[in-house]
Design a protein around this ligand. Structure first.
Ligand SMILES: [Zn+2]
Length: 210
């Protein structure tokens, strides 16, 4: 199937809300996964304080391995369900590309737990899009999907990570940050595959070099 703007969706991935779709649907990170992740971080902290070769350390490692297995299974299940639902629902699916190599090199846990989910999700989405004959479009990670106003194209350079609401001083738009990003991701993706004409600046500047 050729990509089409109709029935297309932009996906923004996040920590609190796992996905925000450009048609306003959000899917939260499941609580039970969060709980196990927290437990794992705690165990790792404990482990770092144990002496190498000690009995307690061995027990802790086993415990940690069990928790990891549990987390992996729960996450697989969750990601399977979400990616299947999206691949079935939409014909053209647009998301940001992820820096896989950087991710694999990053062994620091707190961040990598989320990264692993993002990467696994993208991979599943790739398989499922192929399976259902849908199009997956990846856009550059450095496209300013968060800072761009989805209404007027203004770029808000001072947007902070903690700003959950995007407020555009130019057109007055007040919108959920992730929802704004997902709309931009959709638009940038559609421009990339030639389905939407880029507007004059600044959207054009934002998407040049793709
Ligand atoms: Zn605006």
């Amino acid at each position: 199937m050729l990509p089409s703007a109709e029935n297309s969706v932009g996906i923004d991935l996040g920590v609190e809300k796992f996905v925000t779709l450009s048609d306003r649907i959000t899917i939260e990170n499941p609580r039970f996964i969060e709980k196990v992740e927290k437990r794992i971080k705690k165990l790792q902290k404990q482990l770092s304080r144990r002496r190498k070769g000690s009995n307690n350390r061995g027990k802790l490692i086993l415990k940690l391995q069990r928790k990891y297995r549990k987390l992996r299974n729960m996450r697989e299940d969750f990601l399977d369900k979400v990616s299947t639902a999206i691949a079935k629902q939409y014909d053209t699916i647009i998301m940001e590309d992820l820096n896989v190599q950087g991710m694999m090199r990053n062994h620091r846990v707190s961040k990598s737990l989320t990264d692993v989910s993002f990467y696994a999700f993208r991979q599943k989405l790739e398989w499922k899009a192929a399976k259902y004959g849908k199009n997956l479009v990846l856009i550059g990670r450095f496209d300013p999907s968060s800072k761009l106003c989805s209404n007027c194209g203004n770029i808000k350079h001072d947007l902070r990570l903690s700003d959950r609401i995007y407020h555009c001083e130019v057109c007055g738009l007040i919108i959920d940050r992730d929802y704004n990003a997902s709309k931009n991701i959709r638009k940038i993706g559609l421009i990339k595959v030639g389905l939407v004409q880029p507007e004059s600046t600044p959207v054009e500047t934002a998407t040049s070099g793709l």
